[in-house]
Design a protein around this ligand. Structure first.
Ligand SMILES: C[S@@+](CC[C@H](N)C(=O)[O-])C[C@H]1O[C@@H](n2cnc3c(N)ncnc32)[C@H](O)[C@@H]1O
Length: 300
């Protein structure tokens, strides 16, 4: 636990008040602490334990966080046999917070089971989109709380169409635009099951930049193993000549080759350009296990 404490203190220094992963045990770089993750959602920290019960006490970690000025600490147990459960271990933790990343604001819910509202490992993806969105018509598939849309509009996108089957996630998406003073006249939110809505998406296109960031395994909605190829098969209809695609996948069981093969088979009109570097606060012993964000261009 002492190694986790040391890393957490270092990372808090680098966070400089911005949202950041403070300890990424899941990356396997610290043997014995693969179960432990700590996220900083200023001014609070969330300790996530991927186990049924706490494998070892976290008191020393909580003390270190408080000593560094963190105002509240949440523990979330995320064992497979149970739904995630949250408990406030110290200090004050509000239901809702606004955090900052690269000067943009996002609403998060630190006490929420499972996802808090912003996927921290996607920071390099948002950064890339912000830097490359100028003048583009963007399609954001599986948009969740629309952080890619906020980044695209902040980067000067012409328009964004966000698609997610969860109207609650899209409502947070609207809030995220408002928090950043981005008018939503050029931003659309479509609450539909993508796998049943191809015609509606095609009608709104073509697009110059498409972001695909689906869940790995959400039975009944999307299972990457069988459904990812269904999305890629449609890409050519949606994307304008010379358009770009950012294809993301976060299943440790699938390596980069899984996604590259699917692209070759289902979207041969697109050429592979690069894999974006992973965020420096998400060190992975085996980079194949971490987030894959692949950039493609039509007609390369
Ligand atoms: C991994 S999250 C996306 C994260 C998001 N791209 C971001 O940057 O924050 C997956 C999202 O896919 C949505 N989803 C799952 N199956 C879907 C489907 N068949 N059609 C539309 N949305 C779906 C879920 O509601 C969830 O919000």
């Amino acid at each position: 636990m002492q190694r986790a404490v040391q890393r957490v203190v270092e990372q808090l220094g680098l966070a400089a008040g911005q949202v950041r992963r403070l300890f990424h045990g899941r990356g396997g770089c610290v043997p014995g602490l693969e179960w432990l993750v700590v996220d900083y959602l200023p001014p609070v920290a969330v300790i996530r334990a991927y186990s049924e019960t706490l494998p070892e006490p976290v008191d020393v970690l909580v003390e270190a966080l408080l000593a560094e000025g963190v105002e509240g600490v949440v523990l979330q147990l995320r064992g497979r046999g149970r739904g995630a459960q949250s408990e406030v271990l110290a200090g004050e933790v509000p239901d809702q917070l606004v955090v900052e990343e690269a000067g943009l604001k996002y609403q998060v819910k630190p006490l929420q089971n499972q996802n808090s509202g912003l996927f921290l490992d996607m920071r390099p993806g948002r950064e890339w989109v912000r830097e490359h969105a100028r003048g583009k018509r963007v399609l954001n598939l599986f948009s969740y709380s629309c952080s890619f849309s906020v980044a695209a509009m902040a980067g000067g996108a012409e328009s964004v169409l966000n698609i997610d089957m969860s109207s609650g996630a899209l409502a947070t998406g609207r809030t995220n635009h408002q928090l950043n003073g981005i008018p939503t006249t050029l931003v659309a939110f479509m609450a539909v099951d993508l796998l049943r809505s191809w015609g509606r998406v095609r009608k709104r296109g073509p697009f110059d930049l498409v972001v695909i960031d689906p869940p790995s395994f959400q039975p009944g909605s999307f299972v990457a193993e069988k459904d990812y190829r269904k999305v890629l098969r449609r890409l050519n209809e949606f994307v304008a000549p010379g358009g770009q695609v950012l294809a993301c996948h976060n299943d440790p069981a699938h390596n980069e080759q899984f996604l590259r093969q699917l692209m070759e088979q289902e979207a041969p009109e697109f050429g592979f350009c690069q894999r974006l570097a992973q965020a420096d606060d998400f060190p992975e012993r085996d980079p194949e296990m971490g987030l894959k964000v692949l950039l493609y261009k039509k007609g390369v």
